[in-house]
Design a protein around this ligand. Structure first.
Ligand code: MSP
Length: 524
């Protein structure tokens, strides 16, 4: 089946650690997934968008201890903040899974029991090195100068009875799957990293701990709790009713599994492209279609981290610039798959150039001219006066947006929409409606030019639906269209030219994005 034929779409974000408030880097993962989910709904696919929180493990337990409260109370507070952030960013998730929920814990225990029964999990003793911040065990041979090879911090010696999962048993099958499904791990640079990692040989994975208690108990050995990754990764199936007692929920699983896209940050690629597929093979389930590893948002001062004190709070940016500008910046500025620099200056610049100038002016100038030359109503186009230019470009842009979104190339999709916006602005310059208005013989041409601009804006408004939650409604409202009708718009309708009815009153409102004075904005 090709991408175009699919009727359902299941997309997930990583589940976020509930040990502190989220920053703009986390918001990036979720906003990107939201745009992809909204796009697939626009295409008319039944879409399921899952996000949630990863609430067990020693990190969360320690954070709760530091705050002097029970871990559950602690994570409840953090989760409330995360939900507020998603609300403000208008994240359209269909479900929010918390790993402390009974519906999840039950599945984790069932999966663990099954692995044990079929001999994939065995009990042994672990002796090695442990990096607490990364929650990762390392063999002596993997350490770099005696320190954690991932973060460079100190590791501690650990000896502990643990359960292990036989990853190596599935190694060859996984390699074959990766080779036979070139789209499985994306972008290709990450696929190559994963392949060479697997080829080094997979060590058995430690899947239980006895040194902390905040986790899902191993059902047949309650001194052990399930170690984070089996607990965390299972969310992708527990949330949609895998092994549920409720037949309605099991139907959801039948409908949506395998996931179409697991969107994850590059540092957790190994868990999603190696461990998770192996767990699924052991369960006899089909593998997700794509695991996409996106890059990081980095600052001039390096990676964002609490300890460096350089985290960027998305709430502050939303207060200052509005949710549409923040989302637009994240989706447009960062090459999807690679690292991208974050700076407030770049955000201001993007907002001014793309949103205020290009898009805002196209709408404002068009409506000003419609007010002046057409009595604030949609004029009637005249067929033999039509150059078909904008209509032709729109017919090219819609499939371009579709291709880019299917390839998870979000910035390219926005670039395609802006080709239309920019062409609209050129069209005004090239046709100079103010000159046409001086010549009564050019009335038909003037009406046609204005109509074409209005239709272009109608289409641009609809094409922006996946990316910006407010702008499409405002554009449609100013064009005299019912913003409520946007909910029913489907991608295939957008390029259908001639939807605006002549005679409809337009309403020029406030400019969509007032120009921001960079000096003033960046000083506050
Ligand atoms: N709990 C695990 C994921 C389990 S998924 C089964 C976890 N949580 S996390 O909160 O640390 O990170 C969640 C996601 O946020 C990761 O995909 C990570 O890459 C992303 N980001 C964290 N900082 C980021 C940036 N500075 N930039 C972009 N993404 C960032 O890992």
């Amino acid at each position: 089946m090709t991408e175009t034929d699919r009727q359902t779409f299941y997309i997930t974000t990583p589940i976020y650690y509930a040990n502190s408030d989220l920053h703009i880097g986390h918001a990036y993962s979720t906003v990107a997934a939201d745009a992809l989910a909204r796009f697939n709904r626009l295409r008319g696919r039944r879409t399921f968008f899952l996000t949630g929180t990863d609430e067990h493990g020693s990190k969360n337990e320690e954070a709760a201890r530091a705050a002097g409260v029970h871990p559950q109370e602690f994570v409840d507070r953090v989760v409330a903040g995360i939900l507020r952030l998603w609300e403000r960013l208008e994240i359209s998730y269909d479900d929010f899974i918390r790993t402390t929920e009974p519906r999840h814990k039950r599945v984790v225990q069932e999966v663990f029991r099954r692995f044990h029964e079929q001999g994939d999990i065995y009990k042994s003793e672990y002796e090695g090195w442990y990096c607490t911040p990364c929650e990762t065990f390392w063999l002596e041979s993997r350490l770099v100068d005696g320190r954690c090879p991932d973060c460079g911090r100190e590791v501690s010696r650990l000896k502990e009875e643990s359960y292990f999962f036989r990853l190596s048993k599935y190694q060859d099958r996984l390699l074959r799957h990766i080779e036979e499904n070139p789209d499985f791990i994306q972008p290709p640079s990450r696929r190559n990293e994963m392949v060479s990692f697997i080829k080094q040989g997979l060590e058995d994975l430690c899947v239980s701990r006895t040194t902390f208690a905040w986790g899902v108990p191993v059902p047949f050995d309650p001194d052990h709790v399930v170690y984070v990754w089996i607990d965390a990764l299972t969310n992708y199936i527990s949330a949609i009713g895998y092994a549920s007692e409720d037949p309605e929920r099991r139907k959801l699983f039948e409908e949506f599994w395998p996931a179409d896209v697991h969107l994850v940050g590059k540092e957790i690629m190994r868990f999603h492209a190696i461990i998770w597929p192996i767990l699924l093979m052991a369960l006899g389930l089909p593998l997700p279609r794509r695991v996409f590893g996106h890059g990081w948002l980095v600052l001039d001062s390096g990676k964002m981290s609490k300890s460096k004190g350089n985290v960027i709070d998305p709430h502050v940016l939303i207060d200052k610039y509005g949710v549409d500008a923040v989302r637009y910046f994240l989706l447009r500025e960062i090459p999807f798959g690679a690292d991208g620099r974050y700076s407030e200056e770049a955000l201001v610049n993007r907002t001014n150039v793309d949103l205020a100038n290009d898009l805002g002016n196209l709408l404002y100038r068009t409506l000003t001219m419609v007010e002046k030359f057409s009595d604030a109503t949609v004029p009637s186009p005249v067929a033999d006066q039509d150059d078909g230019l904008l209509r032709g470009l729109l017919a090219e842009v819609v499939p371009e947006v579709e291709r880019a979104m299917d390839d998870l190339q979000i910035p390219q999709a926005l670039e395609a929409v802006w080709r239309l916006v920019n062409q609209g602005n050129h069209y005004i310059e090239d046709n100079a409606p103010w000159s046409l208005a001086k010549d009564p013989g050019s009335r038909a041409r003037l009406d046609t030019v204005l109509y074409n601009l209005l239709e272009t804006l109608r289409a641009v408004g609809a094409l922006l639906l996946p990316f910006l939650p407010h702008t499409p409604r405002r554009i449609w409202d100013q064009l005299g269209l019912d913003p409520g009708a946007l909910e029913a718009v489907r991608l295939d309708d957008i390029a259908r030219w001639g939807q605006l009815r002549p005679g409809t009153r337009v309403r020029k409102g406030r400019p969509l994005f007032p120009r921001i004075d960079p000096k003033e904005a960046l000083e506050t």
